[in-house]
Write a protein that binds this ligand. Structure first.
Ligand SMILES: [Zn+2]
Length: 467
């Protein structure tokens, strides 16, 4: 049985794990799924160790075929997209009477697939890259100093897999070269030496990648790239390749508007299912390495906001510049907020923004703090905030705090003191709080890196906090 485009769509829609829909899920969210009776229907679930902070790490096994495949996800705690896709696969392989039974049997007869979801549960707990001892696990393949990295290395030596999948997320700013399209999935057959030599082990990884690229092009044409292939002697992918396992790196990237990366997760699911199919049938072996080489490398020219042709003034001198802004997520106890910073200023013609705006004829207007009175949070509303923004106020003071925390969703800076800095022109590293308009009217607000068109009603989805 050979799955085609429609089958992948059907498989995902039937088996997406609905319990995982928000990217900041933690070990406590996956634990009940792993301990549930249903998952053991066709998987052998085994605890293979515990993290530094004593969170269980599981290995799931499917099938009894001669070819061994090992996948692990989330060795970087803040890279959860593939973990979601692995749980979709667990549901899929436990399904039945849906037209996929022959496929499941074929995979189980040809392959033994081992999955290690969320290898860094302590990092996931904090939504941070590194482990609890602050080591980057993907630079720990050689030393195996972390208990979690040592676990993976032990599995490598024990199982000696034929194929391995190292599952990560890359940042949102990679684009397909020469285009504003974000890279949704990037792929790599990591190099096992500095010369980036290609032996049969690495060549097979490249062939599997060609197959993955072929299927993904049917869904997301021109949104697949290759990850940087520089040899990383401490990296797990590079070392697995060196140890004789054909190793494939899959980086979940970005898809415009997909904050929780549920689209990207679907393409992970499809990529992995396709890879299983091709490895089981052996069809990957006919792919041409030239097609791997033809996949473009990631470029990194995206920003969250790009303002083009903004008139600025400094020291009485008038100039025109482009301004790029990026938003960083800051994790706090009750979730996360966004911090928007000015990233670059100048000629940014070759760069792109998720929000990309030409403001020719309009000028930079410094933001002001409203200091005539102190507000209470209860009296704030979207219309009140919109009114303040139109008058050039980017910050207000409040006398109280948000219930149970500091988070709020208003596109205005809410302060408990008078500390508010706004430059007379944009400067790199400054908070992205300013206005754009003419002498007579304010047209756009930039608040915390959110671009707000003041002609439209205020949108939702702002992640801000009381400062
Ligand atoms: Zn990573």
């Amino acid at each position: 049985m050979n799955l085609v485009k429609e089958d992948f769509i059907k498989a995902f829609s039937l088996y997406e794990e609905k319990a995982l829909q928000y990217r900041r899920f933690k070990h406590a969210d996956i634990l009940p799924l792993l301990q549930a009776k249903e998952i053991q229907k066709r998987f052998t679930v085994e605890e293979i160790g515990r993290s530094v902070e004593d969170r269980s790490i599981f290995r799931l096994k499917y099938g009894q075929g001669a070819t061994k495949v090992l996948l692990w996800s989330q060795m970087h705690g803040d890279e959860p997209t593939a973990t979601m896709a692995l749980f979709d696969l667990f549901k899929f392989f436990n399904g039945e009477a849906d037209g996929f039974d022959t496929f499941r049997t074929e995979i189980a007869e040809k392959l033994t697939v081992y999955f290690i979801p969320m290898l860094n549960p302590d990092g996931a707990e904090r939504y941070q890259r590194r482990t609890a001892i602050d080591v980057d696990m993907n630079r720990d393949a050689r030393a195996a100093a972390t208990v979690e990295g040592a676990l993976l290395k032990t599995q490598a030596m024990l199982l000696k897999p034929d194929f391995a999948f190292n599952l990560h997320n890359q940042n949102n700013y990679y684009n397909i070269p020469g285009t504003a399209t974000p890279v949704t999935i990037s792929l790599l057959a990591p190099a096992y030496d500095y010369a980036r030599s290609v032996n049969e082990v690495r060549a097979d990884a490249m062939r599997v990648i060609v197959g993955i690229n072929n299927i993904l092009q049917e869904f997301i044409p021109n949104a697949v790239a290759k990850y940087d292939d520089e040899h990383t002697p401490r990296g797990f992918g590079d070392n697995f390749q060196k140890w004789g396992t054909s190793t494939i790196l899959i980086e979940s990237g970005a898809y415009a508007g997909d904050t929780e990366k549920l689209e990207v997760r679907k393409y992970n699911f499809i990529a992995l299912l396709n890879a299983f199919q091709e490895i089981a049938s052996g069809s990957y072996s006919v792919h041409d390495i030239a097609d791997y080489n033809a996949i473009p490398f990631n470029d990194e020219k995206l920003h969250d906001v790009l303002i083009r042709n903004l008139a600025i003034e400094k020291n009485g001198k008038k100039m025109r510049v482009d301004v790029a802004i990026r938003q960083n997520e800051k994790t706090v106890d009750d979730g996360y907020y966004v911090e928007g910073l000015i990233e670059d200023i100048g000629d940014l013609q070759d760069f792109y923004g998720y929000s990309d705006l030409d403001v020719e004829g309009l000028q930079f207007i410094p933001a002001k703090l409203y200091s005539e009175r102190i507000f209470s949070l209860a009296e704030l509303s979207s219309s009140k905030v919109a009114e303040l923004l139109k008058q050039g106020y980017a910050a207000i003071r409040v006398s109280d705090r948000v219930d149970g925390g500091m988070m709020h969703a208003f596109p205005i800076q809410i302060l408990t003191d008078t500390h508010f800095k706004s430059g007379m022109s944009p400067m790199i590293g400054d908070d992205a709080n300013f206005f754009i308009g003419s002498d007579s009217e304010i047209r756009y607000a930039l608040i915390n890196g959110y671009l707000i068109d003041l002609i439209l009603p205020l949108g939702a989805g702002v992640k801000n906090r009381v400062k």
